[in-house]
Design a protein around this ligand. Structure first.
Ligand SMILES: Nc1ncnc2c1ncn2[C@@H]1O[C@H](COP(=O)(O)OP(=O)(O)OP(=O)(O)O)[C@@H](O)[C@H]1O
Length: 245
């Protein structure tokens, strides 16, 4: 059974009715963390745009604010100042319930260390977020099986994550992130825990998803991985130094 990877426009409803709204629009983003010695200014006025269908790599030295930027786009962290829009919808200033619902339907998140549910099968790792996202169990199972097939894990449905290789676990995590057909896929160092072969395999998968229209923002330290994206954004000291072309 084939599966359509191309995403329809997210049904967030744009605030201004503009169908060409950027997938992501961040303006003047500031985030300072309280720390023991001195406050850490993780974001110092970031402007960042991603158009629908782009595959953007975010690069920069350790501590420059890459993960913080990704987290504020996902509504996993809050801003001190500035605005964040995803598909035309303001994300900043929302309460936790709104953000949880928003994430469930519109944002898929892939982590460096997979963050899978260890005690349940590969299939169940996908079915649970599908059901939480509002699917009937049978529909979620069907979607989960299709995604596992698509990502080359069709023969692993009943296995728990612990018996999978790192690359297979990351493919499972990507499948999970796609269960609810998010308009936006965010990935924080998705190849960071893999060897170079495993990393390139994941990059190839992202490129396929991108070819099918998926909007992707990926944080990476690897220039080789970033070269596979359609644009590389460079951050430094809490700012965007180069927005790429
Ligand atoms: N919850 C927090 N509390 C305090 N400081 C934090 C917190 N989260 C991040 N920071 C600090 O904010 C700065 C930016 O962190 P961030 O994780 O965004 O950087 P990064 O570019 O993703 O780094 P890396 O490449 O090492 O993952 C760092 O100095 C970090 O120590």
């Amino acid at each position: 059974m084939s599966i359509e990877l191309t995403e329809p426009a997210p049904e967030t409803g744009t605030s201004n009715g503009n169908a060409l709204a950027p997938a992501v629009r961040v303006r003047g983003a500031r985030r300072t963390y309280t720390a023991e010695l001195a406050p850490v200014r993780a974001l110092r006025g970031v402007d960042f745009d991603v158009m629908p269908g782009e595959f953007v790599a975010v690069m920069g030295p350790s501590g420059c604010g890459k993960s913080t930027l990704l987290n504020i786009i996902a509504g996993l962290d809050t801003l001190d100042d500035g605005t964040v829009e995803v598909a035309g919808e303001r994300v900043d200033g929302r309460d936790q319930d709104w953000l949880a619902k928003f994430r469930r339907h519109h944002v898929g998140f892939v982590f460096q260390f997979f963050n899978l549910l260890d005690g349940v099968s590969a299939l169940e790792n996908l079915v649970l977020p599908g059901v939480l996202g509002g699917m009937k169990r049978r529909a979620a199972e069907s979607r989960a099986r299709d995604l596992l097939d698509l990502l080359g894990l069709g023969d692993r449905t009943d296995q728990v994550p612990a018996v999978l290789s790192g690359g297979q676990r990351q493919r499972l995590a990507i499948a999970r992130a796609l269960v609810n057909e998010p308009g936006l896929l965010l990935a924080d160092e998705p190849t960071g825990a893999l060897d170079s072969e495993g990393g390139l395999e994941i990059l190839e998968l992202f490129r396929r998803l991108h070819d099918d229209g998926q909007t992707i923002v990926m944080v990476t330290h690897s220039a080789d991985v970033a070269a596979g994206a359609s644009r590389a954004v460079k951050m430094r000291d809490g700012r965007v130094q180069d927005a790429g072309e």
